[in-house]
Design a protein around this ligand. Structure first.
Ligand code: FAD
Ligand code: FES
Length: 425
């Protein structure tokens, strides 16, 4: 009996002990879970606060930008004019009213309305901002003088670039539209970038590089700069200094035609053109955001090559300084429309009806060929000067554009008919 009781008692005690253990574990687990939940909640709250701070900061920035921005043209004066060499000159502009300048996005451009002696109408041109936006007291442009074409040496030299170089001097006043354009560095995305500038196409990507270095960002930035040789190599000391002083910057200068005096490894890194073949040899992978600006053949080859290399379209950003040529964009937007010759274009105010031809690269060109006057500036969808109302029909956009264009109008320099058209021109 004693043995039975003690066995029973033992069993009861064991059950109690197990129960107590179970309850203790449960309680401990709850406490742990509570602590974990508390920690998670605190972390979530901190993350939420950081996100909120970012949103507030962005909103403040937007408000500041819109307060400082302006509509139409504003008077600026040429503050400094500095030759960079190779027929390239930098112009530092500051607002005549001396109010602060709105920050711009690195890669954007300014649009100018120039009263050039001898011209019946103001001349409209766009020039990229070539320095970082971290200087609220000035905007800088860097402009190449454009000579007559090689196959037509008797033609007049570039109107606007000659005017900037030869006529505009320090203290002169010019009319400037606020910064615009969709080709800019996303400064909130700190993904590694490859910046590519060919010749004077250096300017917008230089603004991007200066922004990365001046803001103290640790973002990895490769900078490919393609020129013929040292005779065209501007901003040389500045770029070399950035390369020396910033571990995250990798400068790669390409001379397509080095001279005997050019020093490989010092003046330049590669005796070849900038190409995707070079990227494949030099870059550790294709996992970069690519930003490029340069002459049309270079842009065509690089955009096509990057796509072939498997770089997603949304990671390839580019801008043309003249009439667009990057086929990829044309194909993407026109779906073959521009080559369709069946459409008729009616210029209502001029009283002309013409057949669209596959030879026209844009409606603007079609108008010019048929003596219909449409004002233009950049011929690249950026300045908005060629905007024309569409009274009937549909147009296809041939490339990405920088200028705004409301429904019912089109930028004729970068549009083709998608149906028969009636235009208010
Ligand atoms: C968004 C954007 C940003 C830009 N950024 C920059 C920049 O940072 N730096 C820069 O230097 N440029 C830049 N440009 C280019 C700039 O806007 C001008 O296109 C460039 O300066 C040439 O303009 P122009 O008036 O001097 O030449 P234009 O007068 O337009 O002449 C162009 C060419 O045509 C030739 N020509 C003129 N008349 C005739 C004729 N009758 N027959 C045959 N040929 C003729 C000229 O000799 C010249 O070679 C940019 C363009 C865009 C769209
Ligand atoms: S001419 Fe500048 S947008 Fe067409």
């Amino acid at each position: 009996m004693n043995e039975t009781v003690s066995a029973f008692q033992l069993a009861v005690v064991a059950i109690f002990v197990l129960l107590a253990l179970y309850l203790a574990m449960l309680a401990f687990g709850r406490v742990q879970r509570y602590r974990l939940t508390e920690k998670l909640a605190a972390a979530e709250l901190a993350g939420f606060r950081a996100e909120l701070d970012l949103v507030i900061e962005r909103k403040k920035q937007q408000v500041r930008e819109s307060e400082l921005s302006w509509n139409g043209y504003r008077k600026f004066e040429v503050w400094r004019k500095e030759m960079e060499g190779a027929d390239i000159c930098s112009f530092y502009l500051r607002p005549h009213d001396r109010r602060d300048l709105p920050p711009f996005r690195p890669g954007q451009y300014l649009t100018f309305q120039l009263d050039i002696p001898g011209q019946k109408k103001p001349v409209i041109r766009c020039y990229s901002l070539s320095d970082s936006p971290l200087h609220p007291d000035y905007y800088r442009l860097t402009i190449k003088r454009i000579p007559p074409p090689r196959d037509n040496p008797d033609a007049p030299p570039g109107l606007s670039s000659s005017y900037f170089h030869d006529t505009l001097n320090e203290n002169d006043i010019i009319d400037v539209k606020a910064p615009s354009g969709h080709f800019f560095l996303d400064t909130e995305r700190h993904h590694p970038v490859v910046l590519i500038g060919g010749g004077i196409g250096l300017t917008p990507v230089l603004s991007m590089l200066n922004t990365i270095t001046e803001s103290g960002s640790r973002q990895e930035a490769w900078f490919f700069y393609g020129v013929r040789n040292e005779s065209e190599h501007v901003m040389k000391d500045h770029l070399a200094q950035l390369d020396r002083e910033h571990d995250n910057v990798r400068l790669q200068v390409c001379y397509s035609d080095p001279t005997e005096d050019s020093r490989e490894g010092e003046d330049y890194q590669h005796a070849e053109r900038v190409s995707v073949d070079l990227f494949r040899r030099v870059l550790p992978s294709n996992n970069y955001d690519f930003y490029l600006c340069g002459p049309p053949p270079m842009m065509n080859a690089i955009v096509a090559g990057l796509e072939e290399w498997g770089v997603p379209e949304e990671r390839i950003h580019f801008e043309a300084f003249g009439p667009a040529s990057v086929k990829k964009v044309k194909e993407a937007h026109d779906g073959g429309v521009a080559t369709d010759t069946a459409f008729e274009v009616t210029f209502a105010r001029s009283g002309k009806k013409v057949a669209w031809s596959a030879d026209y690269t844009s409606i603007l060109e079609c108008a010019e060929d048929n003596d219909v006057v449409i004002d233009f500036g950049c011929r690249a969808g950026n300045c908005g000067t060629c905007k024309t109302a569409v009274k009937e029909g549909e147009v296809a956009l041939l490339q990405d554009v920088g200028a705004d264009c409301e429904k019912g109008s089109c930028l004729t320099c970068v549009s083709a008919p998608r149906s028969n058209l009636v235009l208010d021109a």
